[in-house]
Design a protein around this ligand. Sequence first.
Ligand code: DHB
Ligand code: FE
Length: 311
Amino acid sequence: MTQSKNEFSQQQLLERVNSVKIADGNPRVRALVARVVTDLFKAIDDMDVTPDEFWAATDWLARLGASGQVGLITAGLGFDRLLDIRLDEADAKAGIAAGTPRAIEGPLYVAGAPLSKGEAVLDDDSTLLGTGKVLVMEGQVLDHEGKPVAHALMDVWHCNEKGGYSHFFPGMKDFELRRKIETDAQGNYRFRTTLAPGYAIPPNSPTSELFEALGRHGHRPAHIHFHVVAEGKRTLTTQINIPGDTYIDDDFAFATRDGLVLSIEHGVAPTGYESLGVKAPVERAKFNFVMQKAVSDSDTDPRTRMERVQS
Ligand code: DHB
Ligand code: FE
């Protein structure tokens, strides 16, 4: 009896999918796809996935991609934090865990923010409603020995009171609430902004659809993103949080970290902050960023996560 070449059991189909080739292809991609396909075949069988469930999932993925929200889902399902945990583990193993903790970049960085030296006003051209609080944040960028890092380049970005990030949210100006600050000769930076209470995933979107089905909220505590680059230093991607926020310990993106929650002074006199346009008492936070020594070329790569893979 001859064995048919075109009738398969599940296992035979899987082996065929994972072995068929006319060229070597990319061995890493082959190995990863084989693993994922194997795991998905198994999940479909174990969970008795129906054709309707399978095609609904592909429809959702197509809508997710079309809406530009893939990066929202990766954060909400913990993948962004997972990658940080793995990098932290590698640092601990290598004995180089130090400095300001990393925190997820998030999907909402935009390159090309206006550059200024020493200080910046993030909210001067804003379409903000004015319901947020004016915050001055200041400090130094330091190296692993506590020495100031002069001319470090710090990208800063955050959302408005509606959870909107410029470029992604309709009605906002091009680089609203986004700036790049070059630290001065003593490593100092400072900026003023109006900080919104928090962020929520867009309603009526593929992302909110999934989180509703999971019975989960889509809120993030108020946060500010940073991407800091300096010669010979490991590029630092992190975020800070505001203490007391409702979602500080319940971030949908799992990105809050010890050591990144600011101490805020209230009602600080505007004296000395005139160049930031501060006229009335403000909230102030002092925070130093401590960069690590670079140990590889990849460490000093100034690019953000998507710039690294897209260029
Ligand atoms: C998401 C939003 C953010 O502001 C962020 O920093 C990370 C993730 C999100 O919507 O997934
Ligand atoms: Fe964010």
